[in-house]
Design a protein around this ligand. Structure first.
Ligand SMILES: NC(=O)c1ccc[n+]([C@@H]2O[C@H](COP(=O)([O-])OP(=O)(O)OC[C@H]3O[C@@H](n4cnc5c(N)ncnc54)[C@H](OP(=O)(O)O)[C@@H]3O)[C@@H](O)[C@H]2O)c1
Length: 291
């Protein structure tokens, strides 16, 4: 395939977030690849493809995102979320490409009721979180390693931690709850977990702005919609908007939710570096209007 030189390369174009970047960035400015175009675990092919495209910036939206699946498939999670990111970062450094990569609130243990800033100490409690932290660490190692060659400068990178993405495209908790409420199905809701939601469209726009302003240093950034919520509050908000408030709900504690991977109880990401996004309630309303 022949590519005209473009500023951006979007990897993972068919996922929730990749799709939003395609909607956010002018088509003249990007090339986007999906899983069928490139498997991120085929390290040599990744280098060849990037060399061929010659982007200035890579936005990597690829991930192994199956939180429960990672408990049994730690190796594949570590390969896609860890080693493949190390490979990608080394290639970016070699060709002087800025790398944007996404991570998660699940790198934290959830024990801090005040939430977690960019400087907080990660301590993942499930394999998915461990694999995403591995990716963060390997990326930073590759970008900042001292190769003792003056001609290889540090690579520029942005690790964006986000949480509970929702969008029209793909599976997410907002779509799931919405369907349950509309179908008037009985719901089991965790009442004690505190989280932040992130509208994928808001995230993509913010990251695009961050890159285009070109004023921010390499590092870790937290981006979510503003406001902390628990799922009980969320269901009630959704029910009000949809005009359906007669759903039978059973409330349980996170500890009593029987799934393979334990989740952090308070995984609130605190953003201390960037302008804030709008509140999650406004974002959810927009999402429902656009549905
Ligand atoms: N979703 C969330 O709630 C959430 C929360 C926090 C952080 N994040 C992070 O945000 C980023 C974007 O998440 P998302 O929700 O947009 O993810 P997503 O919808 O699951 O998309 C991930 C994409 O990666 C592709 N992929 C998986 N393995 C691949 C491989 N070996 N080679 C090439 N492509 C591969 C998938 O293709 P296939 O479908 O064909 O496998 C899919 O298109 C990820 O880094 C994720 O960890 C997400």
């Amino acid at each position: 395939m022949f590519f005209t030189k473009k500023k951006y390369l979007i990897l993972g174009k068919d996922g929730q977030l990749g799709h939003e970047f395609e909607k956010t960035i002018d088509p003249d400015e990007y090339v986007a690849l999906g899983h069928l175009d490139l498997d991120i675990t085929e390290f040599y092919k990744v280098r060849e493809k990037i060399k061929e495209i010659e982007p200035e910036i890579i936005i990597n939206c690829i991930a192994y995102n199956n939180v429960n699946g990672a408990e049994e498939n730690a190796e594949i999670a570590n390969l896609i979320n860890g080693e493949a990111i190390s490979n990608l970062a080394r290639i970016c450094r070699e060709f002087c490409i800025t790398l944007v990569h996404f991570s998660t609130d699940y790198v934290f243990d959830g024990k801090n009721v005040k939430g977690y800033s960019e400087e907080s100490q990660p301590n993942p409690i499930n394999n998915y979180g461990r694999s995403k932290l591995l990716g963060e660490e390997m990326l930073i190692d590759a970008m900042e390693a001292d190769y003792n060659f003056e001609e290889i400068p540090d690579g520029k990178y942005f690790i964006i931690r986000t949480s509970y993405l929702f969008s029209k495209n793909g599976h997410n908790i907002v779509k799931t709850f919405r369907k349950f409420i509309e179908d008037k199905k009985e719901l089991t809701v965790i009442e004690d977990q505190k989280v932040c939601l992130t509208y994928a469209s808001d995230l993509a726009k913010q990251v695009y702005w961050l890159l285009e302003t070109n004023e921010y240093e390499s590092g870790i950034y937290h981006i979510t919609n503003e406001g902390i919520l628990n799922w009980a509050e969320f269901i009630s908000f959704l029910g009000d908007i949809l005009g359906i408030n007669d759903i039978k709900i059973t409330f349980i504690k996170l500890n009593d939710w029987k799934v393979p991977a334990i989740r952090p109880l308070n995984s609130v990401l605190i953003n201390t570096k960037l302008p804030k996004l709008r509140n999650w309630k406004e974002a959810v309303k927009d999402f429902l209007n656009d549905y």
